[in-house]
Write a protein that binds this ligand. Structure first.
Ligand code: NAG
Ligand code: NAG
Ligand code: NAG
Ligand code: NAG
Length: 192
């Protein structure tokens, strides 16, 4: 008699566990799409498709509960992307036959990215402590690093930047972070 009573709640508990995580994933998907829609509306430079693809592919994004979680995820994405670009630049610099102009551009990018990576850490602290104005300044300077790096290569006519795709990715990812920061910033007084 006792056993029967104890057996019953178990599958029920499992059922709720499974369905709540499934619903959570669906909810997070909606949150990403809604956020990206707003981001793309606010920033014409930002592609909706890129935003959704990037955020959905990010680790833990299916657990995101709100805009603040997505903000943290997007700042991490920027940092990871820049760290990877920095390693890639170091690889490129190993090539002894690099044109001196390209080499100097790559060195500039390396410096810019190293600084920017530490700024993303400050941005994360500022974001988490809801200092959205500071987080905005931080991420704006991170965004500048990707454009300044890319522009360097274009100073010499006919030169193809080996970092265009990566810089564009970083630029777009940073635009997502900035957009989220600014959404939260504009509602600052409504938040706790
Ligand atoms: C879009 O990108 C251009 C070129 O980088 C920049 O000058 C402009 O400020 C950007 N617009 C927004 C809304 O971020
Ligand atoms: C950088 O971001 C882009 C866009 O989300 C992605 O396709 C690429 O794989 C990322 N690179 C790294 C190393 O995370
Ligand atoms: C940058 O990436 C976006 C999104 O993937 C794309 O729409 C845009 O054409 C790219 N721009 C450049 C200059 O590659
Ligand atoms: C910010 O305010 C607007 C309009 O008041 C609202 O639609 C939006 O959901 C709010 N965003 C957040 C993150 O609270």
């Amino acid at each position: 008699m006792k056993m029967k009573k104890q057996n019953f709640p178990f599958p029920l508990f499992l059922f709720f566990l499974i369905s709540s995580s499934t619903f959570h994933a669906i909810y997070a998907g909606d949150l990403i799409r809604e956020t990206c829609k707003k981001c793309a509306q606010r920033d014409p430079n930002l592609s909706y498709k890129f935003c959704v693809t990037s955020l959905q592919a990010a680790p833990k994004s299916h657990c995101a509960d709100d805009l603040r979680d997505l903000g943290v995820i997007s700042i991490k994405l920027v940092r990871r992307n820049m760290t990877s670009s920095r390693s890639y630049i170091k690889e490129l610099l190993k090539n002894k036959k690099l044109e001196p102009f390209v080499r100097s551009c790559l060195h500039d990018c390396l410096d810019l990215f190293s600084d920017a990576i530490s700024v993303t850490k400050e941005a994360m602290d500022d974001f988490k402590s809801k200092h959205y104005d500071d987080a905005n300044i931080d991420m704006s300077s991170v965004m500048d690093a990707s454009t300044t790096c890319e522009d360097g290569f274009h100073e010499k006519q006919g030169l193809v930047s080996p970092l265009t795709k990566r810089n564009n990715d970083t630029f777009q990812l940073t635009a997502i972070s900035l957009s989220i920061i600014n959404m939260l910033r504009s509602n600052y007084t409504l938040l706790d």
